[in-house]
Design a protein around this ligand. Structure first.
Ligand code: FES
Length: 81
C-alpha cells in the first residue's frame, strides 16, 4: 500500500497511521493531539479510501482526513487540508 502526497508515493504499513508514514518519509506535518481530537492534522482526500479504528472527535467534512488516526484501506492520494 502507499500514499500519494505532494507528487511522491510513500509506502505505508497496515498498522501505521497516515501521519506516521508521512513522518517516516521525512514530511513535517501539522499535528497536536495524535488522537483525532484537535483537527490540526486535517488533510484532503483526493482519491482512495481510509478508515478509522475509532470515531474521531474533531469535526470533518466529507473529503477531510484526520491523518493522525487514519489507516489506508488501499491507495490514497492526499493534499494539505
Ligand atoms: S493531531 Fe489532533 S486530530 Fe490529528
Amino acid at each position: 500500500m502507499h500514499i500519494e502526497y505532494q507528487g511522491q508515493k510513500i509506502p505505508i504499513k497496515a498498522r501505521q497511521s497516515v501521519l506516521e508514514a508521512l513522518e517516516v518519509a521525512g514530511f513535517i506535518m501539522n499535528f497536536q493531539c495524535r488522537n483525532g481530537i484537535c483537527g490540526a492534522c486535517r488533510c484532503k482526500l483526493l482519491s482512495g479510501e481510509i478508515n478509522y479504528e475509532e470515531t474521531p472527535f474533531a469535526m470533518t467534512k466529507k473529503d477531510d482526513v484526520l491523518i493522525c488516526i487514519a489507516k489506508v484501506k488501499a491507495y490514497v492520494k492526499l493534499a494539505n487540508g
